[in-house]
Design a protein around this ligand. Structure first.
Ligand code: BTN
Length: 234
């Protein structure tokens, strides 16, 4: 696994979007810091030194179907947890679709994007950084959990290695095993959440992630005095 290290980039995902043709599949772009880190849903990702900030890409595969690619966010999440466990064995949880939680706080975010014929995986992990007070209740870093310092390159290599293995496993028909492992660390499981449909909100209890990679929510609804229990995916 080749790491290409930069002191500062706008965003490692954006860099790869522009330059992926100059790199090989699974080459890793690492940055100490980012000026325009991006998160999902057009949010910003606040970057700072001490985080693991990196992106790599997977090429489109001739024998894969769209359903296979839809599983990639889950695979990236599991690869991250496996990679982290290899360095520090903590109770990491996978928050569907692809965040990692530790002690009920966000440790890591993953942003997956498709450009041309490649799928870019961008990962930001709070490792040696101390989070600002404003995020103290929401986010955590490894060093805040253990008081230790970590070798970021080792973490990055572990994660990309695990991602490669999991992609091979998926290709070899082992999705069931992957899914079982993911459901064992499903952060949302049995939590009550609120689902909004336009102006209407219903509450439900999260069940397992299903074979399509969707999360199932059990909704109890009172309709004309009747209790209807429906299970569907969001
Ligand atoms: C999220 O929490 O919604 C995803 C956050 C992803 C952040 C990482 S940091 C490396 C890569 N470059 C980016 O601009 N974003 C991802």
């Amino acid at each position: 696994i080749n790491l290409y290290k930069f002191n500062e980039l706008d965003s490692t995902n954006d860099y790869l979007e522009r330059n992926h043709k100059n790199y090989e599949e699974f080459d890793v772009i690492c940055a100490k810091n980012q000026t325009h880190g991006r998160a999902r849903r057009r949010n910003d990702w606040i970057s700072m030194e001490g985080m693991a900030i990196f992106s790599f890409f997977l090429k489109e595969r001739e024998n894969w179907k769209i359903e296979d690619y839809l599983k990639l966010p889950l695979i990236a999440g599991l690869a991250t947890i496996r990679g982290l466990k290899g360095i520090e064995n903590l109770e990491y949880k996978f928050k569907w679709t692809n965040d990692i939680y530790l002690e009920n706080k966000k440790l890591c975010g993953i942003l997956m994007e498709k450009i041309d014929d490649v799928y870019i995986v961008g990962i930001g992990i709070n490792v040696n950084n101390i989070l600002p007070g404003t995020l103290k209740n929401k986010a955590i870093s490894l060093t805040q959990a253990t008081n230790k310092k970590y070798e970021i390159d080792e973490i990055v290599k572990n994660i990309v290695f695990e991602f490669q293995i999991l992609c091979e496993n998926l290709e070899n028909g082992l999705w069931e095993d992957i899914l079982t492992e993911i459901n064992e660390i499903n952060y949302l499981k049995n939590k009550e959440i609120e689902l909004k449909f336009g102006n209407e909100a219903v509450s439900g209890v999260v069940r397992d992630i299903n074979e399509n990679g969707e999360i199932e929510v059990l909704v109890k609804q009172d309709e004309n005095g009747k209790i209807v229990i429906r299970s569907f995916s969001i």
